[in-house]
Design a protein around this ligand. Structure first.
Ligand code: ADP
Length: 301
């Protein structure tokens, strides 16, 4: 279990990247969902002991992560957002090299682990190929293979599905879910479907603050009977956006179809629809924007 309490971080340029962040992360795949700039990478890097928070605490089982970085690193597998590979080296060679750096000095044991990981990530047949010839999805699976060296109990993957095609994305997420059966896996993403499909628990982070956490279905249940949908003309859309809490708008047959959050039917053109995690997510983003707007208005006055 990973327990984060009241974590704060303000960068030297004044950006408050983490504001009083508290999270409970049990075994399994945990989705950290938030838009770009929400603070996901800042949080991931802090948990991975790559940067210090200004205040707050992080515990992983018995380890005080901030006090005892080395102990955490021994348990950690990390796939950063900008994971680069040497293009001229084969997957097998580079993984073996990383394994040596990880301290796996026994050759037979190392080979067993490297081979096992290449099979687990479905790269066995391509193990002799140079990494420069890999597709985006294969590179990310290689990234997971290197993160799993040394059998970590905490695995952190930062925005791993960005840029993957749907097939590769699915394969990658299934791999993460499989790993999550034994260890804590934190997946940061701005893609709602990454979380809906596979994460038993999640948190939504916006502007450095955790606005919701728990089971996705519990968050969805809170919106039951409160999401309404209709198609509107393009010309009328701004008026709806002004008058209602428009969660999302997508073109259907050339016309905007909007989802609105409302306790009662907004007007007779709306029908009630079943809420989903996108509605939850967009409502949180909308609320955060409204709060920020109100704060700005107050500071101008
Ligand atoms: P995310 O991963 O959700 O996109 P980040 O943690 O990368 O969010 O960024 C959160 C905020 O902190 C953003 O406004 C970003 O510009 C800012 N930020 C991130 N890293 C730094 C840094 N090293 N110095 C200053 N500002 C930073």
């Amino acid at each position: 279990m990973l327990t984060i309490k009241s974590l704060n971080k303000t960068y030297s340029n004044g950006v408050q990247a983490l504001q009083n962040v508290s999270l409970e992360v049990p075994n399994g795949l945990f989705g950290l969902l938030g838009p770009n700039g929400a603070g996901k990478s800042s949080l991931m890097r802090t948990i991975a002991t790559l940067q210090e928070p200004d205040s707050g605490s992080i515990r992983f089982d018995q380890i005080d992560v901030i006090e005892n970085k080395l102990a955490l690193r021994e348990q950690l597998g990390y796939l950063p957002q900008d994971f680069g590979v040497y293009p001229k080296v084969s997957a097998e060679e580079l993984l073996n090299h990383f394994a040596i750096l990880k301290g796996l000095s026994n050759k037979a044991e190392r080979k067993e682990m490297v081979d096992g990981l290449l099979r687990q990530t479905n790269l066995w047949d391509a193990r002799k190929r140079k990494l420069g010839t890999y597709s985006g999805g294969m590179r990310q699976r290689f990234g997971i293979a290197q993160a799993l060296l040394g059998a970590p109990r905490l695995v952190i993957v930062d925005e791993p599905t960005a840029g993957l095609d749907p097939d590769e994305r699915n394969r990658f997420l299934n791999l993460l879910a499989e790993i999550g059966e034994q260890v804590v896996v934190i997946l940061s993403t701005h893609i709602v479907a990454d979380v809906t499909d596979l994460c038993p628990r999640m948190a939504i982070i916006v502007q450095g603050e955790v606005l919701a956490q728990g089971e996705p279905q519990a968050a969805i249940d809170l919106l039951r009977n409160k999401v309404w949908r209709r198609r509107v003309s393009k010309a009328a859309l701004p008026e709806y956006q002004k008058n209602f809490t428009v969660l999302s708008s997508r073109l259907v047959g050339g016309l905007p179809q909007i989802n609105v959050h409302s306790e009662s039917q907004p007007d007779e053109g709306f029908v009630q629809v079943e809420a989903d995690l996108e509605d939850v997510y967009f409502l949180q983003i909308h609320s955060a924007q409204m709060t920020a707007k109100a704060a700005n208005a107050a500071s101008v006055v």
